[in-house]
Design a protein around this ligand. Structure first.
Ligand code: ATP
Ligand code: MG
Length: 209
């Protein structure tokens, strides 16, 4: 039976996650691999409702611990309803953001205690750990300019201060340094073709293991 694999694409806002995932979809289709493409927060009907609450800008201030629990609640549903069944069916799961984002934003940037995040995340993921987390590393100012050019209104998290976004970026790099066996950092300031080429290389390498 095919072994399921979980790949997370993460990194600063506007770093190119959605663009890279589109290319990865074509690549895996070409290789005739069965895959599930999904995202956090979201990925399930309940998760998408939680996503709306998390990203909306019209509901007033959100306490950091409320935010943490909403992310964890969405992830708990996502893991059980979608991700674990897909992995058990031997699929490749490609997820736009996952627990690496919670650690970067809620711990490294927001300052919530690591133990609190780890406890809640352990409950949410039920023992699951991505095989590979690709961090698209980009200066948040460049990322925000890219998002601006895309023409959407900024969501609640994109409206955070630059200092917050810089801390989150450092959080991704710190996680990658601490877990080099399951994190790969790719310089997302490169031309898109180079970024895609590096992403496909590390994904193919994982598939051959
Ligand atoms: N390497 C690159 N060089 C220049 N522009 C890029 C590159 N990668 C992506 N872009 C462009 O930057 C914009 C943001 O890309 P994309 O939406 O894929 O980022 P994202 O990480 O998914 O953003 P978000 O955090 O908002 O979900 C898009 O207009 C995309 O075409
Ligand atoms: Mg995106």
């Amino acid at each position: 039976m095919n072994q399921g694999r979980m790949i997370v694409i993460d990194g600063s806002n506007g770093a190119g996650k959605t663009t890279v995932i589109g290319a990865l979809r074509d690549h895996l289709e070409y290789q005739r691999r069965e895959a599930l493409f999904t995202r956090e927060p979201g990925g399930t009907p309940i998760g998408e409702k939680i996503r709306k609450i998390l990203l909306s800008t019209d509901a007033g201030e959100m306490a950091p611990v409320t935010e943490l629990m909403l992310f964890a609640a969405a992830r708990a549903q996502h893991v059980r309803e979608k991700i674990i069944p897909a992995l058990q069916a031997g699929k490749v799961v490609v997820c736009d953001r996952f627990d690496s984002a919670t650690l970067s934003f809620q711990h490294y940037a927001r300052g919530l205690p690591l133990e609190l995040i780890t406890t809640l995340n352990d409950l949410a993921v039920d023992g699951l750990q991505p095989d590979l987390t690709i961090v698209l590393d980009l200066d948040p100012e460049v990322g925000l300019a890219r998002v601006g050019e895309r023409g959407n209104n900024l969501d609640r998290l994109e409206k955070e201060t630059l200092d917050f976004l810089h801390k989150a970026r450092e959080g991704y790099l710190a996680q990658a340094r601490l877990n080099p066996e399951r994190f790969v950092v790719i310089d997302a300031s490169q031309p898109l073709d180079n970024v895609l080429c590096e992403v496909l290389q590390v994904v193919d390498h994982l598939m051959q293991q």
